[in-house]
Structure formats: structure tokens, C-alpha cells
Design a protein. Structure first.
Length: 241
């Protein structure tokens, strides 16, 4: 079993579309759309969301459920559904962008992360490349932290490699998800062309196409394994050849 994910939107089409997108990257994760009202108008329905949460609780087999929402009343509806759920403690509400957060959460769940880790993966998308907000205590682009202190140079990686993309579309959503999903289960800190290797959205933001190179650096116990994993994916064309 994996952590279940429920998508709450004012539009049933938005919820279903987001679920369809995430399912391409996380085929083993239970994703449930709960959008629109009971008569399919724009809005939210407590009954529909609660039913989705209960379904996800059953499907996850006790691993927990993460709920992502779009706007205003969807958040209140999700909070009410969590309160009335059969196991409120197993329902985790994520404060994250709907589509980007969903993709990050789905990939984390696919990699075997627990409910709290999946929620954190969704919320982390609000930082960095897409949120443009540096994490507290981290360096900005000039190497100076929030207190104005120069950050020390980063140690040399334990393993690294350069691999040329041969798949027709380069680094699009599915290859990014494969890289991030596999690296998430390894004991290593990995960057790909300078971005976090377990962040699907950061990898996609690289915009590298066929013929471009990926520079992979890894630090930690599984550094060699991490670099080898990316090398094999690239050599196989991410299964797209």
C-alpha cells in the first residue's frame, strides 16, 4: 500500500485533470478527485470530499491520506471532511500549490514516503524555483545566508557523472518523476545540473532537451548508487526509445 492522495477543487474537471497528470508519474499511488458540487457545478461538496477521503483511507490500507486543495472554501471543506473522517489523525492537509504540490506528493508517495513526508514534499514546492522564497537559514543566490554571513564552500561530491540525454523529448515530466522517485529512496543528497534531484518540478524547470547533458553530483552513503541510477535511466532513454 501507499499513502493515498485526495484532490479537492472547485472544478471537477480541474481535480480530474490534476489526478490524471499525477497518475502518469505515480502509477501505484491511490489518487482520488473530489471536485465540484454534487450536481457538478463550480463549488465544493462536503459529502463528496468526505466520501473521497473515506475511500482513500480504505485504499491506503492504513498508510494515511494527504489532501490538497485549490482555493478558499475548498480548504474549509477539506478541514471539515478531515474532522468528520473515520480516522481524523490519518488525514493530513497540505498547504501547497494544487498541481505542483500534487506532483511532488505523488512522486514522494510512489517512492514509499509516509503520510507526513508526502505532505512535506507537497508543501516544499512553495520554496525555491517556483516559490522564490529561500528556506530559513539557507544561502541566497550570492552565497550569503539570511543573516548576511558568507556560506562555506560545499564539499566535493562523493560521486558524480555527466550523461547525455538521448530520449526524444528530453527532461519532461515523466523522466523527471523517474529520477526523483528513484533517488528519494536512496541515502544520498543529489543534485542534477545544480537542482535538487528529488524535486520533480525543479528537474522539469531545467528545460534540457535531447542532446543536452545532465551533470549529477551525489553525497552520502548511496552516492555511487544514485549516480549509477541516473546513468542507467539516461542510457535507457527513460523507456521512451
Amino acid at each position: 500500500m501507499t499513502v493515498g492522495i485526495v484532490v479537492v477543487s472547485h472544478s471537477s474537471k480541474i481535480a480530474e485533470g490534476a489526478v490524471e497528470l499525477a497518475a502518469q508519474m505515480a502509477p501505484d499511488v491511490g489518487l482520488v478527485a473530489a471536485g465540484g458540487t454534487d450536481d457538478d457545478r463550480i463549488g465544493t461538496s462536503l459529502e463528496r470530499v468526505l466520501a473521497a477521503v473515506e475511500q482513500s483511507l480504505v485504499d491506503s490500507g492504513g498508510d494515511g491520506v494527504v489532501v490538497l486543495t485549490d482555493l478558499g472554501s475548498a480548504v474549509m471543506t477539506a478541514e471539515s471532511a478531515a474532522e468528520f473522517a473515520s480516522d481524523p489523525d490519518a488525514v493530513h492537509l497540505a498547504d501547497a500549490p494544487l498541481v505542483e504540490g500534487l506532483v511532488a506528493a505523488a512522486v514522494a508517495a510512489q517512492g514509499g514516503a509516509g503520510a507526513e513526508e508526502v505532505r512535506q514534499a507537497a508543501e516544499a514546492i512553495g520554496f525555491g524555483a517556483h516559490g522564490s522564497v529561500p528556506r530559513p537559514g539557507t544561502a541566497d543566490e550570492h552565497g550569503v545566508d539570511e543573516h548576511g554571513v558568507d556560506e562555506p564552500d560545499v564539499d566535493e561530491p562523493d560521486a558524480s557523472g555527466d550523461f547525455r540525454l538521448i530520449n526524444p523529448l528530453g527532461m519532461h515530466a515523466r523522466p523527471a518523476a523517474k529520477i526523483a522517485g528513484g533517488l528519494a529512496g536512496l541515502d544520498a543528497d543529489v543534485t542534477v545540473n545544480g537542482v535538487d534531484g528529488v524535486s520533480v518540478m525543479s528537474l522539469m524547470s531545467l528545460g534540457v532537451g535531447k542532446g543536452s547533458s545532465l551533470h549529477v553530483e551525489a553525497r552520502g552513503k548511496d552516492a555511487l548508487k544514485a549516480v549509477g541510477y541516473v546513468e542507467q535511466l539516461v542510457a535507457d532513454g527513460f523507456g521512451e526509445l
